[in-house]
Design a protein around this ligand. Structure first.
Ligand SMILES: Nc1ncnc2c1ncn2[C@@H]1O[C@H](COP(=O)(O)OP(=O)(O)OP(=O)(O)O)[C@@H](O)[C@H]1O
Length: 263
């Protein structure tokens, strides 16, 4: 990617837009996330990689409280929560409005047209009129190059198209940060490329993005920072150059070598 296409990365002195402090998640006796802290800055693209079961999805889902951390503090945009109490519905709504989530399985509403899938949440969550919402939807469908599918139902679309609609739906709520949980894992490689192209464009437009991915090429080309997780902890992080090309820890070296050997 052409480095000068991307807005300058926020300096370390700037306020993080997402800040996790001492996040701890347990499932019974199993310690899934161990006291993890992470700051993400406006316009930054962070790729989270690591072996299966490392806790990547769990940590990502903690950012919008789809997973409930046992303890820690969480800040997204202007909202800051100390997780020593159950969040109220109002707090959860504020948090979820600030984060756009894209899942591995696209989770579109099957009984609604593409247009309605994107417009309805805007009307329900943001209180936009149908006219306003449809205008935003039309703009976003252009952006993901699916304007001709507005009246189609999800089942008539390819997986790659459905995932691009899911991205448009998340963007429609004007999130401060986009969270992607292995967005191409359920897709054939060529359909995955369509989705990665849309994500690359979003990154170039300056969207703050946290992406759990097995697509090391995407992490290498698009991410500003690569985070390696293992056993519920961040074990190494840095630029793609540092982490992917010159990993410090033997464990990280082994992880990337295994991936490179597969290709
Ligand atoms: N609801 C749950 N109940 C019990 N254990 C869970 C639950 N959710 C996740 N885990 C466990 O927490 C660990 C981390 O899971 P997670 O899905 O975050 O890993 P991951 O790094 O995203 O893996 P993958 O790359 O395979 O998706 C795993 O051992 C998983 O089995």
């Amino acid at each position: 990617m052409n480095a000068d296409q991307k807005p300058a990365r926020a300096s370390a002195a700037a306020e993080p837009i997402v800040s996790l402090k001492n996040i701890d998640i347990r499932y019974g006796n199993f310690h899934a996330i161990k006291n993890v802290s992470l700051d993400v800055y406006r316009g930054e693209v962070v790729a989270m990689v690591g072996p299966s079961g490392a806790g990547k999805s769990t940590l990502l889902r903690a950012i919008n409280m789809l997973e409930t951390p046992v303890s820690g503090t969480l800040k997204v945009g202007n909202f800051s929560f100390t997780l020593d109490h159950e969040l109220s519905q109002k707090e959860l709504l504020l948090l979820r409005r600030s984060t756009g989530m894209v899942f591995q399985q696209f989770n579109l509403f099957p009984h609604m047209t593409v247009e309605k899938n994107i417009s309805l949440p805007q009307m329900r969550v943001l209180g936009r009129s149908k006219e306003e919402a449809d205008k935003v939807t039309a703009r976003l469908l252009e952006r993901v190059q699916l304007a001709d599918k507005a009246k189609s139902y999800p089942a008539r679309l390819s997986g790659g198209q459905q995932q691009r609609i899911a991205i448009a739906r998340a963007l429609a709520l004007d999130p401060q940060v986009m969270l992607f949980d292995e967005p191409t894992s359920a897709l054939d490689p060529e359909l995955g490329l369509e989705v990665l192209a849309v994500m690359r464009e979003l990154a170039n437009d300056g969207m703050t993005m946290i992406v759990v991915t097995h697509e090391i090429a995407f992490a290498a080309e698009v991410a500003d920072r690569v985070i390696v997780m293992a056993d519920g902890e961040i074990i190494e992080q840095g630029t793609p150059e540092e982490v992917i090309r010159n990993p410090r820890l033997p464990r990280t070296q082994k992880f990337f070598r295994a991936i490179l050997d597969r290709h």
